[in-house]
Design a protein around this ligand. Structure first.
Ligand code: NDP
Length: 485
């Protein structure tokens, strides 16, 4: 259903066909190159967040299954993968990248169904970026000696078995961020996708079979938090890689403290998107919309705090509201949809709760007129003005399509407010002056700083945070370090 606009015409529905996707009634775990049942026989259901329809029954891995997967990964590491030349490993990664490209539409439709995100984004952002990631790291596999981490006998060595736990907001993209560098460096992996979005990881398992990847190099164990805990805590896992909430990240850091496991954590954010008075306003408005409404705001680096210079605040907010009235909320599979479904009932409850807190604390809430579908999980694009830095909506990660607007008068004040957060993952700067971009970027404590753009991802570019946003970098040459001894 579309957001109501004052347009004289409306869009006709443009649904993407689902015929390309074959969702099976049930899925097993992917261990040692084969799909197997969970030893306990237990399972859980994955649903479509836009219709609440049950899509499939998924096997739930317990500690015994995790142990089998880690053993398979260890065998594959010792006998095959760590002995293989980088050039040979690269061939498999190139093959995987090409198959993902060939099956791109299937992946895009499946991701949209299981996650609720618009097909426009899975088709144009998620899946192409996934393929690009595999291509990029395939290229590194035989060039590790040139990566700056030593050469010869003291050169880069793999760590062993990587235990990887990923969230639901970019299910396939986070899988690529984790698996591609790990495999390129000669490690084998056991990956746990999020409980609400397992389907594209299981389709990726089929791609591994299609690519003839040696059994055990990639293992996928589905389940909830307990499965993740068993994987992280497994004594034969050498490397832990996690993306998700700061709270779980903290518990993982505690769980592995004192062991010799290597850890990278990519956690939450509360990014400032700073608009100076000399910014190109129309472009900035597009950047604000992309910063917070892309992927329903389920983005760790989302520009969830708009810092706008007081002298242009009225103009920027006026244009932002006008633009928001044109955003189309509804069926994720409609090619015109800008904002899809919220991923789960739990996440919707959290967004609602924090929005109510925002109102109770005195901020002013605004959303465009918007008909939301009656089934599924939906939240309209929302902005809060009159937000103070002490408000919870200015401090906590809402992880939804909700923007907190704060004004500032001087560049120094903008920087102080931008840095006044426990997080430090990303930031945006909108200005006409290169010198102001460089000065502001040098003052910001954020891992990624975009200027006159937002939410741009490239496999060659490192990504990661400061403070409670975690540690370690993914992507680029820097991303190799996390998987090398
Ligand atoms: P979590 O951090 O709980 O989940 C991330 C992954 O970790 C999932 O695969 C999850 O499994 C797994 N997991 C949960 N508990 C443990 C544990 N003790 N040990 C090992 N793995 C575990 O995020 P949620 O999905 O619960 O979302 C909660 C909040 O976190 C959101 O509202 C949002 O604010 C934030 N978030 C931030 C993300 C980011 O990238 N910054 C990504 C996702 C969420 P399962 O899903 O099956 O429970």
């Amino acid at each position: 259903m579309a957001a109501k606009t004052s347009n004289a015409f409306d869009y006709a529905p443009a649904p993407e066909s689902t015929a390309i996707v074959d969702i099976k009634p049930s899925y097993g775990l992917f261990v040692n190159g084969e799909f197997t049942d969970a030893t306990s026989g237990r399972g859980f259901k994955t649903i479509s967040p836009s219709t609440e329809e049950v899509l499939a029954e998924i096997a739930e891995a317990d500690a015994a299954d995790v142990d089998l997967a880690v053993k398979a990964a260890r065998r594959a590491y010792t006998r095959v993968w760590s002995r293989m030349s980088g050039a040979e490993r690269g061939k498999y990664l190139f093959r995987i990248a090409r198959i993902i490209q060939e099956r791109a539409r299937e992946f895009a439709v499946l991701e949209s169904i299981d996650n609720g995100k618009p097909i426009k984004e899975t088709r144009d952002v998620d899946v192409p970026t996934v393929a690009a990631h595999f291509f990029y790291y395939a290229g590194w596999a035989d060039k590790l000696e040139y990566s700056g981490y030593g050469t010869g006998p003291d050169g880069p060595q793999p760590l062993g078995v990587a235990g990887q736990v990923i969230p639901w907001n970019f299910p396939l993209l986070m899988l690529a961020w984790k698996i591609a560098p790990a495999l390129a460096c000669g490690n084998t992996v056991v990956l746990k996708p999020a409980e609400t979005t397992p389907l594209t990881a299981l389709l990726f398992a089929e791609v591994c079979q299609q690519a003839d990847l040696p059994p055990g190099v990639v293992n996928i164990v589905t389940g909830a938090g307990e499965t993740g805990r068993a994987l992280i805590g497994h004594p034969d896992v050498d490397k832990v890689a996690f993306t998700g909430s700061t709270e779980v990240g903290r518990s993982i850091a505690k769980a592995v403290a004192g062991s010799d496991k290597r850890v990278t954590l990519e956690l939450g954010g509360k990014a400032a998107n700073i608009v100076f008075d000399d910014a190109p306003v129309d472009q900035a408005v597009e950047g604000i919309v992309n910063g917070i409404f892309f992927n329903q705001g389920h983005v760790c680096c989302a520009g969830s705090r708009l810092l706008v210079q007081e002298s242009v605040a009225e103009e920027v907010l006026g244009k932002l509201k006008r633009r928001m009235k044109t955003l189309r909320v509804g069926d994720p599979l409609d090619k015109n949809t800008d904002i899809g479904a919220i991923n789960s009932a739990e996440q919707l409850a959290k967004i609602r709760e924090l929005s109510e807190v925002g109102e109770a604390e005195g901020a002013e809430r605004w959303s465009p007129p918007c008909d939301l579908p009656s089934t599924g999980f939906w939240f309209p694009p929302t902005i809060f003005t009159g937000v103070s830095q002490a408000h919870r909506i200015a401090r906590e990660e809402i992880f939804g399509p909700v923007l907190s607007v704060i004004t500032f008068r001087t560049p120094k004040e903008a920087v102080e407010k931008a840095n006044n957060t426990p997080f430090g993952l990303s930031a945006g700067i909108w200005t006409d002056k290169g010198s102001r971009i460089l000065w502001t970027a040098s003052q910001l404590r954020a891992g990624v700083v975009w200027s006159n753009t937002f939410n741009r991802f490239d496999p060659a570019s490192p990504f990661g945070g400061y403070k409670e946003s975690g540690y370690g970098r993914e992507g680029g040459r820097h991303g190799l370090e996390a998987y090398l001894r």
